[in-house]
Design a binder for this molecule. Structure first.
Ligand code: F1P
Length: 359
């Protein structure tokens, strides 16, 4: 299935080989669990805020949902720029907090400046989630989980995002004071099989010229992943793509559904019947539908489906939705005669001279 062209792009290799990076970060987290847990004081902490930019803000959204679902403690996600620019709202006085700062590079200006704001206003610990050890973020954090095997040549995040998500799933398990489940430790093996099983489907859908617009739907812990899939499709292929929670789609956005629309549903176990009903309604409007699903939907007449392995919870399964979504964006980029390694207008790190911006 792999072609000569695939071998000439970093993005393809980084997507295909990512389960190795997941494995490494699971080992990193397991080895540091007691050190990480030493910073967690649930009885003194009223909320945990997760921050990032672009891809890593979307990861923060999923992270806050998984953390809250697993620990029962309050988790919130903010774009780093809101913590930097609206601290009276995001870091309101009189609340004891922990900060989780997520950044592939560990050098994004907004994220570092948001960490400074936090340090200036709160006394809580800061946990870093990143891919590079020798960075400002790691130096500023109380403790960090570093996905060292997830470095990328490509600008668009793929294995870095997925590896930092695995780090977040492991972190939430540690803070929930639970052992790493067998299924969590099996994710790399499950991911490798999923990639091989669905490479052809991703190529078929990504390369299909009939699709002119893409909607990625995800609810609860899957909304942040739907946003990331939307961003990959934009960054790599310059395609029209948007992300919504499933039932939100009926409240206006479904007006945009055409016969040239592909709707990708990141289905959950928790809300499956409602999510499936929405997808059926959108098929009736003429959209084609790809269901990425924890259960086999062959009887439900989806146009396409990726059936995920059984035995994982909604809190554990998240990373398995990503490879097929990343591959779809990659193949769409090639179809649009673009370079997936070098998205238009983007750089790997956004560095700003914040202080130069005058009021
Ligand atoms: C985040 C970021 C992404 C963007 C692109 C480049 O940087 O700017 O928001 O989508 O992938 O990286 P980082 O703080 O995660 O290094």
């Amino acid at each position: 299935m792999q072609t000569k062209a695939d071998n000439s792009y970093h993005t393809f290799q980084e997507i295909i080989n990512q389960p190795q990076a997941w494995q490494a970060v699971l080992q990193e987290a397991s080895g540091r669990s007691s050190a990480v847990r030493s910073y967690w004081r649930p009885e003194e902490t009223q909320e945990v805020i997760f921050i990032g930019c672009g891809s890593t803000y979307y990861l923060a959204r999923t992270a806050a949902a998984i953390f809250q679902g697993m620990t029962g403690a309050l988790g919130k996600a903010h774009p780093a720029s809101d913590v930097l620019l609206f601290p009276d709202i995001t870091l309101s006085q009189g609340v004891s907090r922990m900060l989780v700062a997520i950044s592939r590079s560990g050098e994004t200006t907004e994220t570092l400046r948001a960490m400074e704001q936090f340090r200036a206003r709160d006394s809580g610990p800061v946990i870093g989630i990143t891919c590079y050890e020798d960075t400002t973020l790691v130096r500023m954090a109380s403790i960090s989980l570093v996905a060292r095997e997830a470095h990328e040549q490509s600008v668009a995040q793929t294995r870095s995002f997925a590896s930092m998500l695995v780090a977040i799933q492991a972190l939430s398990t540690i803070l929930a004071d639970r052992p790493m489940s067998e299924k969590l430790l099996e994710l790399p093996e499950l991911g490798t099989a999923l990639i091989q099983e669905n490479l052809a489907l991703a190529k078929q859908l990504g390369g299909n010229p009939a699709f002119e617009r893409f909607f990625f739907l995800g609810s609860g812990p899957f909304y942040g992943l739907a946003c990331e899939a939307m961003l990959k499709m934009k960054e790599m292929s310059l395609s029209y793509s948007e992300a919504f929670q499933f039932l939100e789609f009926r409240h206006g956005p479904m007006s945009m559904v055409t016969q040239q629309t592909l709707i990708v549903g990141l289905l959950s176990e928790t809300a499956l019947p409602h999510e499936l009903a929405l997808l059926k309604d959108m098929r009736a409007l003429g959209a084609k539908v790809l269901a990425i699903t924890p259960v086999d939907l062959s009887a439900e007449r989806m146009d396409y489906q990726v059936v995920l392995p059984k035995g994982l919870t909604d809190m554990e399964r998240g990373v398995l939705y990503l490879p097929v979504l990343q591959l779809m964006a990659y193949y769409r980029s090639l179809r649009n005669k673009l370079n997936p390694d070098r998205p238009t207008n983007l750089t790997a790190v956004v560095s700003l001279d914040i202080d130069r911006v005058s009021g």
